[in-house]
Ligand binder design. Structure first.
Ligand code: FUL
Length: 482
């Protein structure tokens, strides 16, 4: 290292960039993190039976949305700033929203569109038309299938996933929930079936197939391999939340989807061995499926905003469920909330008040302008401020040139080099002295800090007070939420 630095000095080249620290994200995980928010669409016979979990014996004709409009659904999500949609192609009741070859319990057996309908196709195409990515939810638990619990069913499950991954274009996420076994119709057996959550589904083989067919898709489950369940269905990560995570099984043994100490997902594992960022799922209504009785219980724009700060603002992603109603449309009350939420977020982050500031750092790596303090106002994670290896705390001062008023602070680490920063403070210059206005712990892909009240100042300072390795930051944004 020393030799290389010396050589670099002689040759006139700059200092070398810092080495990576700990577990690192894959390119597919980095691309996914940049999406920030996307939607779940829970839609199935439950929409028509007013249930949350169908038993598996529902008549396919129940599925009959009379005004189904995929563009209306996807545009409602787009108005909220969402970058993708994950459709429940099959929920626990086993009803497939596409004409699968694997079972008769599908849309092809309904009279909707004369048995020629394909909701997966229509939603995936609407996503494409409106610039959203498309993802699939395929429930492993199937309360309709006669073979559930036997090896045969696992083959059927994989065949269903194979159809979804090969017939509907690029898939950004494959979602496996952790609900596993219990009572059901099971082809008329009407009994309770339990499976060994650790072995039955043979997940490694299924995930290998996903990798082969859709190498860019992130796989979600309680244990990854790309995204972790945050451990609650309320849409928030812990105040200190690490993108790294070493999931543990319920009995402190090996974990599996549906078999994990899920409460640990909220905060992840500090400097854990796997990069597994939190996906924070929650419904815009109390239930996952649409119920007329919940039309007046839709989360308000302010509640959605709060969840955005507690998910995206804690380094995770925000997966918001928006259930279409029995007409096959997003209801008016949901559209109002989504649209207002979308404009609040858009307006808040439209104008970064830190841009154009004069920047000065306590240390710049090798004194090299490639790692200059001003890189903390960069738009790209490949251009960042960093320090010498031995320096694991330090500060960057921004001279804003004139007084600016803000109440939101945004920090971002260049996560391709790992999650390093453990604690920061932010100070504002006030009445001839520095005054601490905020502190935070984990930063990672994105840390948003909402101040209790607006601050007006001409100078701000970020202090990295604790870091596992030299800090590597590319964003110190200041915003005014009006
Ligand atoms: C859970 C399911 O049991 C719920 O019905 C819903 O789909 C939720 C997102 O995942 O595991």
């Amino acid at each position: 290292m020393l030799l290389m630095l010396t050589l670099a000095g002689i040759l006139g080249a700059g200092a070398m960039g810092p080495g990576a620290f700990g577990a690192l994200p894959s390119p597919r995980q980095i691309a996914h993190t940049q999406m920030e928010t996307y939607a779940f669409l829970h839609f199935s016979p439950n929409t028509f039976t007013n249930r949350e979990w169908g038993n598996g014996d529902e008549d396919p004709n129940l599925f009959n949305p009379d005004k189904f409009d995929p563009d209306q659904i996807i545009l409602a999500l787009k108005a909220a700033g969402m970058k993708g949609a994950i459709l429940t192609c099959k929920h626990h009741d086993g009803f497939c929203l596409w004409p699968t070859k694997t079972t008769d319990h599908s849309i092809a057996s309904s009279s909707w569109k004369g048995g020629k309908g394909d909701v997966v196709k229509e939603i995936s195409q609407a996503c494409k038309r409106h610039g959203l990515k498309f993802g699939v939810y395929l429930s492993p638990w199937d309360r309709n299938n006669a073979h559930y619990g036997q090896a045969e069913y696992v083959k059927i499950y994989r065949a269903q996933l194979h159809e979804l991954l090969t017939q509907y274009g690029p898939i950004f996420e494959v979602w496996h929930d952790g609900a596993n076994g219990g009572s059901g119709y099971y082809g008329g057996a009407k009994e309770t079936r339990s499976i060994d959550r650790k072995t039955y589904y043979g997940w490694p083989e299924t995930w290998e197939m996903v990798r082969k067919l859709q190498p860019n898709a992130c796989i979600f489950s309680d244990v990854g391999p790309d995204l972790r369940w945050v451990g609650n269905e309320s849409g928030y990560a812990a105040e200190t939340s690490w993108a790294t995570y070493d999931p543990v099984g319920e009995k402190d043994d090996a974990p599996a989807p549906g078999y994990v100490k899920s409460e640990q997902g909220e905060g992840g594992t500090k400097h854990g061995t796997r990069w597994l960022p939190a996906e924070c799922d929650v419904s815009i209504r109390p239930g996952w499926f649409w119920h007329a009785s919940e039309d007046d219980k839709v989360k308000t724009p302010a509640q959605l905003e709060e969840l955005y700060y507690k998910s995206v603002g804690r380094g995770g992603s925000f997966l918001l469920n928006v259930p279409p109603n029995k007409h096959g449309l997003v209801s008016d009350s949901d559209i109002t909330s989504l649209t207002q939420f979308g404009s609040i977020i858009k307006n808040t982050f439209a104008d970064n008040l830190a841009l154009g500031a004069r920047c000065q750092a306590s240390n710049v790596r090798g004194g090299d302008s490639a790692f200059a303090a001003s890189n903390i106002l960069s738009k790209s994670a490949s251009k960042y401020w960093t320090t010498d290896d031995a320096v694991t705390s330090g500060s960057v001062e921004l001279d804003l040139k004139k007084d600016k008023t803000f109440n939101v602070i945004r920090l971002r680490e260049a996560i391709q080099l790992g999650q390093r920063v453990e604690a920061v403070s932010v100070d504002a210059w006030q009445n001839g002295d520095w005054k601490e206005i905020a502190t935070a712990t984990s930063v990672g892909a994105c840390r948003l800090i909402r101040l209790p009240e607006s601050v007006t100042t001409g100078k701000v300072r970020l202090r990295v007070t604790q870091s596992a390795a030299c800090p590597v930051l590319y964003d110190f944004g200041l915003f005014l939420r009006g």
